[in-house]
Ligand binder design. Sequence first.
Ligand code: NAI
Length: 778
Amino acid sequence: MTVKEKFETMDYGPAPESDTEAQAWLESFERKFGHFIDGAFTAPGPAFDSRNPATGALLAEVTQARQEDVYAAVKAARRAQGKWAALGGPGRARHLYALARLLQKHARLFSVLETLDTGKPIREARDIDIPLVQRHFYYHAGMAQLMEDSLPDVEPLGVCGQIIPWNFPLLMLAWKVAPALAMGNTVVLKPAEYTPLTALLFAEITRQAGLPKGVVNIVTGDGTVGEMVVKADVDKIAFTGSTAVGRRIREVTAGSGKALTLELGGKSPYIVFDDADLDSAVEGLVDAIWFNQGQVCCAGSRLLVQESVAEDFHARLRRRMDRLRIGDPLDKCIDVGAVVDPVQLARITEMVEGNTAGERHVAGISVPTSGCFYPPTLISGLGPADSLMQEEIFGPVLVSCTFRTPDEAVALANNTRYGLAATLWSENINLALDIAPKLAAGVVWINATNLFDAAAPFGGVRESGFGREGGWEGLTAYTRPKDTRKQLKQRAAPQRNEVATTVIDRTAKLYIGGKQARPDNGHSLPVRDPAGRLLGHVGQGSRKDVRNAVEAARGASAWARTTGHLRAQILYYMAENLSARAMEFAARIDAMTGGRKGAQEVEFCLDRLFTAAAWADKVDGRTAGVPIRGVALAMKEPVGVIGAICPDEAPLLGLMSLMAPAIAMGNRVVLAASEAHPLAATDFYQVIDTSDVPAGVVNILTGRHADLAPTLAAHLDVDAVWSFSSTDLSAEIERASAGNLKRTWVNDGFATDWASLKMRCILNHATEDRTIWIPYGA
Ligand code: NAI
């Protein structure tokens, strides 16, 4: 045998990691766990099994929470929260730092326990999951330290309910717990039923770290317990898991006033251009789809490869697949471990067996015959509409198709309801940086894949959810502007004399696509002053008008690509034109509201326009310093089409406060004017007309909010809905938004102080974060 042959045939000997310490830890609890509430473990109750998916061996029995357990956990968290927040940022930083240190100290125990419970290769748990967990706690210890200085205008939300999946149990815990605690919140966390063990070990670590009791509470159980947490008296729900459950949580929390972030599924494209370094791209694929057996929300599960290199690339890929090693997850030489549970194995098998399209290549390697093992699989030659190209498999199964041109690559990549991540490979920097912003994805990796860091925001668009985890951006998910809210006076139901009339004469129209348009139904509504005197009529917008306005806004997509400089010029021009007619607008506001603050309101409007113009070319995003040879660009991009229901409290200032920052950031808006006092908005059409605003960028509807809001909230071409209506529409809007999981920002029945609302807060709602990882550095 030659040396060359030896190298080719020689197998690695097994190098198993010892599980003695982890088993001893389980034994110390007699393999029976209760919940962790108020700083102590409860007595074990009716339980479910947690098993090692590689062997089927029972690891522990874990208690299924009852309603009273969830109540107790929330109560403990509520009791602890005030003191925890009052500890101050530096005080909390010490605790987070202590947790980070202990996570480091017990790294091996955590890694092995994670591998036993999930089936993931020890190499990954040891080198990726657990180091990232530590990094997250260190990073957020820093954020706690800096909070008072750097984020003086925000406060904690209160008690956070956190529900996490089974693919990265401890890492998802860290992503949720570290920022929540850093910002002064307390938490009730529910780990996934398949993988609760590292969360319970973490609970013990919090005791060692001397964390005050009640700050971290952990309740275990299945989805029904998750639902109890969602419905409990918490201030926020943070969820990572399937899109179906995320959608359900959106519906259940609608109108509750609970803050919500959802990190959901994906079908992320992995694009290989013909000038890519093909071997690196193949190696990247090993990380993209075989990392954690493909059970990764942002897995590069959809390979799109340029036709000219497709055959070569697939051949290299198949060769590489045939050299992957699958087996005992505790073996340090293993590439692919076990799938998390027999249920998940059956789901993957069913999806793959149900597919008849394309060509299947199963890695030519020996796969253990017992345990939850699924071989690395490639299904090539699929069409974009084939169900495996669209549905998340969440297993070690890659699907692929080819493209000819960069434009086609973008079209195929974006042909999905998801928008979590995307990877692209090209040696041509111009091509890579041209394509990256065109991909519908919250995270883009260039010439690399599956890179994560606490400093780099992570999260999706479309049906992959909303909200970010990591970086400064992630902190907004655990804070709110300091609370000065007052209950909003509900608008009385329309009175009899407000019924629709068909008299259109001298009636203000709607403003759609740069033109004044009659409402589709031909009806109008009277506008009266507080004494009941008729001031005029406005069109009664309806569903059809909303659709027309959204279509116009969609059509104006070029606005998103204009420069901040140009958008600033237009906003300044608008301010100039409004200023010229300030007295007229002030008189109109006074007439409608019966007050005398019209002049002041117009002044505030001018300030809003100027401030939005000032920001138009200054919301630059940032460069996150990540500990690899690269940088993560945390970009701020427009959200898209925003539907906004304007308030009655400040009829012109409210509209201006929503419109100006939205369009400054490159969004297009469909505004529903104040229902009670709409005439300042309809007068504003002329200001828009004379200010060079391209048609479709600003559309204004009048009519009853209750008629307009549901269509806006359910419209699939609307990316976000904001509501500050005096009619209580928050629940209806949030429920309807679940369709395409659009972002919402609603008043929950509270009045907003429009004069003092911080522009930064509005700009946050008007922008979407996109993280682009690029190679950089020597
Ligand atoms: P899942 O979404 O049901 O589970 C995630 C977490 O949500 C678990 O802790 C679960 O107990 C909890 N949960 C379930 N129903 C709930 C409810 N009604 N209210 C509140 N919490 C609830 O995910 P599952 O069933 O384990 O996996 C199904 C599919 O979901 C996978 O095949 C995969 O496609 C996808 N998935 C995606 C993940 C991601 O990170 N994007 C993670 C896990 C699963």
